[in-house]
Ligand binder design. Structure first.
Ligand SMILES: Nc1ncnc2c1ncn2[C@@H]1O[C@H](COP(=O)(O)OP(=O)(O)OP(=O)(O)O)[C@@H](O)[C@H]1O
Ligand SMILES: [Mg+2]
Length: 370
């Protein structure tokens, strides 16, 4: 396994000039040896481009890649000793399941006894033990993809294993199992794993560190907890969470916060750290970010509560999802995940929501003030 240092950029077009010309904007990043990473972001943000630069399928148009301090920028995937699992299964139909799993090892002249041991172990982990002698051609797509995963995992000598949306063809229940399996495998083998997905649940359950990408940029790298509690950028707040973070436009007025569209005329004075207050005052206008989980139902007596119009109250089973707009027809929408206290709410009701608490985040130019 290897520590992977990136200091690169990539443009598919020659002579890139503007940011839009880059599939990957200049990026410096280290994948630590033995870490489990996810690259998470919407379609087209550059996940596959980044992964292919790591594997060596693509040479970045600028910069370098080092594996354990060695410059591998010009090295092929073989020379980098990378295993890559793609979105669709890549297996040999004419071989049995066992032969498919053994192939990457046989190819490298690993002794038979060791091949058997390793194939047995990986097959067991992926619940493929009973089909080792079956021909791969007759298997369903998800079983084939399990073999592809197994072929990635079977080698112990690789620098890293890269997965590019490997569970797309797998049905939801099995997906959940395989994700857990990959995590177990990571704990057992301590492999450097990099996993590309646009599914936040997949990224957050699989990886210790999630790299959130947007338009060619890594906007935040962090644990699931950090991405949830302190999104560094409004994009991360939106993208992570279900539903995502709520945002309200606000201004600093006479030492307090005024929320745009809030016709109650209230000024809010939540406890703020000195440097946060100073940054908001300096900026003048900013955005308030609060997760649906951290909004609570309150009343007028609460000086940190804001009056809202309920537009919808849905019973989701384990919680109530209440959608509301800030008083007086402002189009800022708040979504709140509430308990049974929300059961009596109906569309058209007036209510008070506490927006300010210790979880509330503040953004100037889309960046978290911290
Ligand atoms: N071979 C290529 N030639 C030119 N442009 C490309 C090529 N591959 C990707 N791009 C462009 O580079 C950008 C990043 O693409 P990339 O495939 O890395 O995104 P992605 O995050 O993997 O998306 P998806 O989730 O759809 O797989 C996109 O704008 C895409 O259109
Ligand atoms: Mg992709």
């Amino acid at each position: 396994m290897a520590r992977i240092d990136l200091d690169l950029a990539h443009a598919y077009v020659p002579n890139p000039q503007r940011d839009e010309d880059y599939a990957l904007l200049p990026l410096r990043f280290t994948f630590e040896d033995g870490g489990a990473y996810a690259l998470l972001g919407p379609s087209g943000c550059g996940k596959t481009t980044l992964l292919n630069c790591v594997s060596g399928l693509l040479r970045p148009s600028q910069g370098t890649i080092h594996f354990d301090g060695k410059d591998v920028t010009a090295a092929s995937p073989q020379a980098r000793n990378i295993a890559q699992v793609f979105q669709f299964p890549v297996i040999y139909d004419t071989m049995t399941v066992g032969e498919n799993l053994a192939f990457p090892l046989r190819n490298r002249g690993v002794p038979d006894a060791q091949v058997r041991e390793r194939v047995g172990r990986v097959a067991e982990m992926l619940d493929l033990s009973s089909s080792l002698d079956r021909r791969a051609s007759g298997l369903a797509a998800d079983a084939k993809q399990k073999i592809s995963l197994g072929r990635g995992l079977v080698r112990q000598d690789v620098s890293a294993i890269l997965f590019d949306e490997p569970l797309t063809v797998i049905d939801p229940h099995l997906k959940w199992q395989l994700r857990r399996k990959l995590k177990e495998i990571h704990h057992e083998f301590r492999l450097t794993l990099i996993y590309v997905t646009h599914d936040q649940t997949e990224a957050l359950t699989f990886a210790d560190q999630v790299v959130v990408m947007s338009r060619g940029k890594a906007v935040q790298v962090g644990s699931a907890d950090a991405l949830f509690e302190k999104p560094a950028h409004t994009f991360v707040g939106h993208f992570i969470g279900s539903p995502g973070m709520n945002f309200l436009s606000a201004a600093w007025r006479d030492g307090a916060i005024e929320v745009q569209g809030d016709k109650s005329g209230r000024r809010y004075s939540p406890p703020l750290e000195g440097h946060v207050a100073a940054a908001l005052q300096a900026a003048g206008t900013f955005r308030i970010g609060v997760r649906p989980e951290y909004l609570s139902l309150s009343n007028e007596a609460d000086p940190l509560a804001m009056p809202v119009h309920v537009t919808r109250a849905q019973d989701i089973g384990t919680y109530w999802l209440v959608t509301a707009t800030v008083e007086a027809g402002n189009d800022a929408v708040l979504r709140a995940r509430l308990g049974t206290e929300a059961a009596s709410l109906n569309a058209g009701d007036a209510a008070w929501l506490t927006v300010f608490n210790r979880h509330t985040c503040y953004y100037v130019n889309e960046e978290l003030v911290q």
